[in-house]
Design a protein around this ligand. Structure first.
Ligand SMILES: Cc1cc2nc3c(=O)[nH]c(=O)nc-3n(C[C@H](O)[C@H](O)[C@H](O)COP(=O)(O)OP(=O)(O)OC[C@H]3O[C@@H](n4cnc5c(N)ncnc54)[C@H](O)[C@@H]3O)c2cc1C
Length: 386
């Protein structure tokens, strides 16, 4: 997003798939390919993108690489740092850095592509990407569970990990207040009947529907017997699975129609997520904003990635943002959490970079930036002050 005097470059027309090797499960494509379009295209090869997120219908693979996007398949299929095999980037000098590759193994010195993954466009423009793909699962099962309390939610995950094993592919958390708010905004019904303090969306990807369903039923029976599930539902159709996912995706998008939303994106031990959500609510209350600011908590539980969204109704209020920033970033620094799990630094978190990385590390990052971009023309103002 341009903020001062930048020039915007669109890669929308660089949208060609160069080649797909369905035996190796790798693909080369141009950076302007839309994530969802790639996913659709790969289906005919029995493959899928290793990444999925709410913005899939509009985001480009070049943007996903440049933000090191995480998303909903991260737990099972890994990060962009693992799945990008190569890339081409145009440097500010006009030189093309060609480290395009579709080899899974390549130990020939510095892994230059890694610098561009998550660089937010500060080093050069990614124009082409080589990717390791995932096998399209033959069976996808989606369930939505309500937990009676936080320890029970943690135990649902522990049990899912051991009982579902290799087919577990997503474990997403939504807190009760988040679901209440988005159901109200979206005018939707909850997937479950009971109102619970915490919910978990679990998805499995496997190769045999019958075997996967049997595993899931065993897991659910054991979880119920252990008293860690207050209510739950299993999607019996694609439409029902979509409805369940719309609850999770709605947490990010729906509140924007109710007021101003400030997104927080913290990397932390999952077990401590409740503590952080509760303390954020307390910070808002102590600052006297409980009437106009609502805190909702949700996120990628299986990846230790909490999103806290502060919804200020009806509009932006600098004092609310300041109070929550102070708490969330200060608490993250004190606990050794990361102030950005998957959304990057940009302009908003520029001042908080040293809350997670040391001054010495940031100084080395700065040297790398100056080496590639001595005139500071690539996505200026973002990540570092000019
Ligand atoms: C509804 C919604 C849900 C989301 N959910 C998730 C989620 O679950 N997990 C997650 O990790 N993220 C999530 N995101 C953020 C998402 O990862 C990013 O918006 C997306 O990956 C960026 O791609 P884009 O094409 O939109 O890039 P843009 O928004 O256009 O750009 C993003 C950054 O990358 C740079 N950039 C873009 N293209 C290039 C290029 N070719 N070369 C160099 N730099 C480039 C830009 O300069 C900018 O700094 C979500 C976003 C939305 C809107």
């Amino acid at each position: 997003v341009p903020v001062f005097d930048e020039v915007v470059i669109s890669l929308k027309k660089m949208n060609q798939v160069i080649d797909i090797d369905d035996l190796g499960g790798v693909m080369r494509c141009e950076a302007g390919c839309v994530l969802e379009t790639l996913d659709e295209r790969l289906k005919e090869h029995g493959l899928m993108m290793p990444i999925d997120l709410g913005a899939k219908g509009s985001c480009h693979i070049g943007g996903n690489v440049s933000t090191a996007a995480g998303g909903l398949r991260y737990m099972r299929y890994g990060s962009m740092h693992g799945n990008v095999l190569g890339l081409k980037a145009v440097l500010p000098s006009g030189e093309v850095l060609d480290v395009q590759n579709t080899l899974r193994k390549d130990n020939t010195g510095y892994d230059m592509k890694q610098l561009f993954i998550g660089a937010e466009g500060t080093l050069g423009i990614v124009t082409e990407v080589g990717l390791q793909l995932a096998t399209l699962p033959k069976s996808v099962q989606t369930i939505f569970l309500g937990a009676p309390d936080w320890p029970a939610l943690c135990n649902i995950f522990r049990r899912a990990r051991s009982d579902l094993g290799e087919i577990l592919s997503a474990a997403e958390m939504i807190d009760g207040e988040a679901l209440d708010l988005i159901l109200d905004i979206m005018k939707e019904r909850s997937p479950v009947e009971k109102r619970c303090p915490y919910y978990m969306l679990i998805e499995t990807n496997g190769s045999n529907a019958e075997a996967d369903q049997a595993k899931l039923m065993e897991f659910l029976a054991a979880a119920e017997e252990a008293g860690i599930v207050a209510d739950g539902t299993i999607a019996e159709s694609g439409a029902q699975a979509k409805h369940i996912w719309s609850m999770r995706e709605g947490c990010a998008i729906a509140p924007t129609s109710a007021g101003h939303v400030r997104w927080y994106d913290i990397s932390m031990p999952s077990v401590n997520m409740k503590e952080m959500i509760d303390l954020a609510r307390e910070a808002v209350s102590v600052a006297g904003f409980a009437d106009k600011a609502k805190i909702i908590g949700f996120g990628h539980f299986g990846d230790g990635n909490l999103h806290i969204n502060v919804v200020t109704i009806p509009e932006f209020d600098a004092a609310v943002v300041e109070a929550v920033d102070r708490f969330v970033y200060g608490f993250s620094r004190d606990r050794g959490y990361s102030v950005s799990a998957e959304h990057g630094i940009g302009l908003q978190k520029r001042g908080y970079l040293t809350y997670t990385k040391s001054e010495a590390t940031v100084a080395h990052m700065r040297k790398i930036k100056d080496l590639f971009d001595p005139n500071g023309i690539m996505n200026p103002y973002k990540m570092f002050a000019p």
